[in-house]
Design a protein around this ligand. Sequence first.
Ligand SMILES: *Cc1c(COP(=O)(O)O)cnc(C)c1O
Length: 341
Amino acid sequence: MERNNIDWSNLGFGYIQTELRYVSNYKDGQWDQGGLTKDATVTMNECAGVLQYAQTCFEGLKAYTTADGRIVCFRPDLNAARMIDSCLQLKMPPFPEERFLDAVRQTVKANAHWVPPYGSGASLYIRPYMFGSNPVIGVKPATEYQFRLFVTPVGPYFKGGVKPLTVRISDLDRAAPRGTGHIKAGLNYAMSLYNIVDAHEQGYDENIYVDSATRTYIEETGGANIIFITKDGKLVTPKSDTILPSITRRSIVQVAKDYLGMEVEERPVALSEIDQFAECGLCGTAAVISPVGKIVDHGREIIFPSGMNDMGPVTKKLYDTLRDIQMGKITSPDGWIMEIL
Ligand SMILES: *Cc1c(COP(=O)(O)O)cnc(C)c1O
């Protein structure tokens, strides 16, 4: 296979159009056969459900080249399952898991020359999504939907080295109790835009949201779950019904227990206790783990002992172990790696 001639290590995180994407349409109560298309444009009625009432959800995962040259994906079955949960909550027809995996395989294979080589730090980002496509003016679910999946190459997350983040405790809320915080819906991102732009203007990298009912417990950022490391080396991660169940976080928990023999606590984490932790990180598909150096809570500044120059030592061990599993350098738990080519 010929790869595209690209400076992979200097790619950023932006949309680069690739040749083929997967499309399937839902009509009259069923999904059509689906397939690849060259057409990167979506044409739909001006009154489409997604345009009027934001009936849409998405997923995000990556394909990459392992140390021994295979092209693989990391736990795509969990993305398929999570998308089904998102669909059910938004009254959209779930796209079956087997078909989701087939769409991933077909699209990555068809764009294999866009998968960055091992060692570049870059990867092929995969974006599955679904939206209501027929006209809806009264508030109700659409009856026609489109499932699409495209891929776009993205550069290494830590270009020019790791730089711990400075994050603030947000005054605005992300998710209501019994709301939609636990699903990957576009609407959760639309409502976060005001706050993330404001955070950047104020010099912060991210917003940490607290539980909106009591504003006393840590939840997550706009697009990543949070892990903490205690001074005696335990992994602590917030547990809440309004957090999006990150596949990276769930994998880190298992790696901590089964590979590193760490104790793990999944429990509510109070805002008042975060100055007791030794390390903090944000986890998601994009970076695996980005270290947090400083949390600012309205004048109260918490600078973690790991500091503003490096990933904390335990965070680093978790990061390296999960990366090694992904890259096929150490044996992965059963079913974590889906081989594509
Ligand atoms: C996608 C997402 C994450 C990260 O999930 P991964 O499966 O690890 O990529 C975390 N929080 C929110 C709100 C998200 O949308």
